[in-house]
Design a protein around this ligand. Structure first.
Ligand SMILES: [Zn+2]
Ligand SMILES: [Zn+2]
Length: 322
C-alpha cells in the first residue's frame, strides 16, 4: 500500500513535470513549393492538455500521423492568413480527422480560429464536400457533430484561453493586399512561444518576441536570376523577410532560441532541398545567437531551458555565431 502511494506520488510528479512543459513540433516548414522534404506551413504546440495546430498546410495530417497523434485529438486550430499554402491541408484534417479510425475519431466540432474569411471557408468546404459527408453519415454512421465546424473569424488580441494556455493573435505585415495577416503568441506556465506567420520584417513581431522562449520566424531567399525569368518572384520577395532582417529581429528580441520555418527558397533550377549555408551565412551578418533552420518534424521542448530535437528525436545543438 505504501509502495502504491509512493508510486502514485511519483506519477503525479511526473505528470506535473510534463504539464509544465511546452512542446513545439514543426509539421511543415515549407511553402507552396511541392518539396517532399518540407510540406507547407503547419506547427503543433502542446501545452498541458491542449494540442494546438497553427496553419494547416499540405501534409499536416501526414506529419501528425508520423508523430502518432490522432487528428481528432487536436483541441484547436489557428490560421495565420488564408494563402493556400496555409490552408490546403484543412479539408484533409477536417474530413480524415472525422473517420472512425485510430488516426481520426473526432466526435465534436472542429475548432478553428482565423482572420476574416475563415468562417466562410468552412461553410464553403461543407458545401463542396456535402456528398462525402452525406455518404459517410448514411453508410458508416459517423456522428454529424464530428464533421461540424466551430469556426471563428478573429481580430488581433486574446483569442483563446483554456486549461492555462493563452493564445494571442498579433497583426503582421504580409503586404498591403493581404489583410489581416496574423502571427500568434502562445503562453503557458510562464513560457512563451511566438510564431511570426508570413510577414515582412515587422516591429510587432520583435516586440511580441521579447523574452520569448522560442521565436519561429519565416524567411525568404530568392535567387536574383529567378526574378529575371519569373517576375512574380519580385512580389513574393516583397511579402517576406530576408535573412539579414530576420537576424536583426532575433538580435533585438533575444528569444532563447530562434527557429526558421516557412522557408521560402527559390532558385533556378528549383532544388529538392533547401541549402542552409546561404541562409545561415546571411543571418550571421546581423545575429550571432542560437539558431535552428527548421526541418519538418523537428521539435522543441520548453522547460527551464529550450531543448531542440531532430526529426528522429535525436538531441540537436542549435547553431551559434562567432
Ligand atoms: Zn502568405
Ligand atoms: Zn506562406
Amino acid at each position: 500500500m505504501r509502495f502504491g502511494l509512493a508510486l502514485l506520488a511519483a506519477l503525479a510528479c511526473a505528470t506535473q513535470g510534463r504539464a509544465a512543459e511546452m512542446r513545439v513540433t514543426l509539421l511543415g516548414t515549407g511553402t507552396p513549393t511541392p518539396r517532399l522534404s518540407s510540406f507547407s506551413a503547419a506547427t503543433l504546440v502542446e501545452a498541458g492538455s491542449e494540442r494546438l495546430v497553427f496553419d494547416l498546410g499540405r501534409g499536416a495530417t501526414i506529419r501528425l500521423f508520423q508523430k502518432k497523434i490522432p487528428l481528432g485529438t487536436i483541441t484547436a486550430h489557428f490560421l495565420t492568413h488564408l494563402h493556400s499554402d496555409h490552408v490546403v491541408g484543412l479539408p484533409d484534417m477536417w474530413l480524415t480527422g472525422w473517420l472512425g479510425t485510430p488516426y481520426g475519431s473526432r466526435k465534436s466540432p472542429m475548432v478553428i480560429y482565423g482572420p476574416k474569411g475563415t468562417v466562410a471557408m468552412t461553410e464553403n468546404l461543407t458545401k463542396a464536400f456535402s456528398e462525402d459527408i452525406r455518404i459517410r453519415i448514411d453508410d458508416e454512421d459517423y456522428p454529424p457533430e464530428g464533421v461540424a465546424f466551430d469556426a471563428h473569424d478573429i481580430e488581433p488580441g486574446l483569442v483563446y484561453e483554456r486549461n492555462g494556455v493563452k493564445v494571442t493573435a498579433i497583426e503582421v505585415n504580409h503586404g498591403e493586399k493581404i489583410k489581416p495577416a496574423l502571427g500568434y503568441v502562445v503562453e503557458f506556465d510562464g513560457k512563451k512561444v511566438v510564431l511570426s506567420g508570413d510577414t515582412k520584417p515587422d516591429a510587432r513581431v520583435e516586440k511580441a518576441a521579447e523574452g520569448a522562449d522560442l521565436l519561429i520566424h519565416e524567411v525568404a531567399v530568392i535567387d536574383p536570376e529567378l526574378v529575371k525569368t519569373y517576375p512574380a518572384y519580385r512580389a513574393i520577395e516583397n511579402h517576406h523577410t530576408a535573412p539579414e532582417d530576420a537576424g536583426r529581429i532575433f538580435a533585438e528580441a533575444k528569444p532563447k532560441l530562434a527557429v526558421y520555418s516557412h522557408i521560402v527558397f527559390a532558385s533556378l533550377p528549383p532544388t529538392q532541398d533547401v541549402p542552409e549555408d546561404r541562409l545561415v551565412a546571411r543571418t550571421r551578418t546581423t545575429y550571432q545567437g542560437p539558431l535552428v533552420v527548421g526541418h519538418d518534424l523537428m521539435s522543441f521542448v520548453i522547460a527551464d531551458k529550450v531543448l531542440a530535437f531532430g526529426p528522429g528525436g535525436e538531441a540537436l545543438q542549435p547553431l551559434t555565431g562567432r
